[in-house]
Write a protein that binds this ligand. Structure first.
Ligand code: V47
Ligand code: SF4
Length: 367
């Protein structure tokens, strides 16, 4: 059946026209996309929106993730990573250990270092400032993408200072941009059930907006496939879209499918691969003002991450080196990919690899 006929059959013709014209979709239109029984149609619309912006270009980054601690005062029910202080497997890296991890990759032409951790009850802002300055001295040109709004609020509360002051001090020490974690799902009733100790969705958005107002770019995320409804996902996307209209600093959105192992949210059946892809496609179609959508291979797995590149995503993240949050929750992807593997994955799909840095500026170097 021709595409236009299939769109008409599923009442998606108006949505398709709006996508073609670059017009914003409503929540009800997002719902209609989720309700469409043909995921390939939804994917085709998302792929059209993706190619309109990026063509077949697919970005990746040479990056290293470092988790400085898994000790956390929050106890998010979906999180398999956190430990309480003194508990087995709890860790906190000394500045020397952070330095060693950076030095161990000194041969790699990294352009991004991604640092996040738990909300540790005893590490002061001076630890984070020293970590950033140490890394900056070793890697003067790298984009330092560190901390989430959740960590910024935590540091501010521990120090008794404002999040604004925290951000200014961290920027002074070398922070270039912030990571997008901690958004989860903004719906308060779901948040109460999956992460009651964490800052509210409203506060997460405020701190992201504050960072933007200081000239810091940030990323944003959505954790999906747990207790939330499709409507919760759409409202989450709408809140991100509204924030982006106001402050404009989100560079990239990362859809994070829930990994089910080793945490307190039991009895949840993983989404099917098709449901994941459809969700990613709807994210692209709703988030008309966020330029980049990441296909995060760590959580999606390598083959699903490739498929997502045809369902709205235009970026494959990076080399990563070491990842704990997804892997402790059962992700069965590798720990590290090389530049060649990332480029082969992209080319193998008929797409065009393009190396980028943390801020999504193109880097000359890849082939
Ligand atoms: O904030 C925790 C999520 C996030 C699980 O900014 C889980 O470029 C799935 O935000 N299943 C951390 N997800 C990862 C993250 C991220 C990753 C890559 C790039 C960027 C970026 C950000 O992982 C947490 C939380 O939302 N998470 N537990 C789980 N069981
Ligand atoms: Fe702590 Fe983050 Fe895990 Fe929540 S998701 S328990 S804030 S490490």
């Amino acid at each position: 059946m021709p595409l236009h006929q299939a769109l008409r059959q599923h009442n998606l013709s108006t949505i398709a026209d709006k996508v073609r014209a670059g017009e914003r979709l409503t929540l009800d239109e997002g719902q209609a996309l989720f309700d469409c029984p043909d995921p390939v149609l939804v994917g085709a619309l998302a792929h059209a929106a993706r190619t309109e912006r990026h063509g077949l270009g697919t970005s990746y980054v040479l990056n290293q993730q470092i988790n400085y601690t898994n000790i956390c005062v929050n106890q998010c029910r979906f999180c398999s990573y956190y430990r309480k202080q003194g508990q087995e497997q709890a860790f906190e890296l000394s500045l020397e250990e952070i330095k060693e991890k950076i030095m161990a990759q000194s041969d790699m032409p990294l352009t991004e270092i991604h640092i996040v951790g738990g909300c540790h009850p005893g590490l002061g802002l001076d630890y984070y400032e020293a970590a950033l300055s140490t890394i900056r001295a070793l890697r003067p040109d790298v984009i330092l993408k560190c901390f989430t709004p959740v960590e910024i609020e935590h540091f501010a509360n521990l120090e008794g200072i404002s999040p604004r002051e925290v951000l200014l001090r961290l920027r002074q020490s070398g922070l270039d941009m912030m990571a997008g974690g901690g958004a989860e799902i903004f719906a308060p009733d779901v948040r109460r059930r999956i992460c009651p100790e964490k800052i509210s969705g409203q506060r997460w958005l405020e701190i992201s907006g504050l960072a933007h107002s200081l000239g810091l770019k940030t990323n944003c995320t959505m954790l999906f496939g747990h207790l939330e409804t499709v409507r919760d996902r759409l409202e989450h996307l709408e809140l991100l879209r509204t924030q982006q209209d106001q402050t404009g600093g989100f560079v990239c959105f990362i859809p994070l499918p829930f990994q089910t192992k080793n945490n307190q949210l039991t009895g949840i059946t993983s989404l099917t691969g098709i449901e994941e892809l459809k969700t990613i496609a709807v994210c692209r179609l709703m988030l008309d003002n966020i330029p980049n959508i990441k296909s995060y291979w760590v959580m999606l797995g390598l083959k699903q991450a490739q498929a997502a590149l045809f369902f709205g995503a235009n970026d494959l993240d990076g080399t990563v080196v070491e990842e704990k949050i997804g892997h402790m929750a059962g992700a069965d992807s590798p720990q590290v990919l090389t530049r060649k593997e990332l480029e082969d994955m992209i080319r193998g799909c008929g797409l065009i690899p393009q190396e980028r840095n943390g801020l999504f500026s193109p880097v000359q170097g890849g082939q």
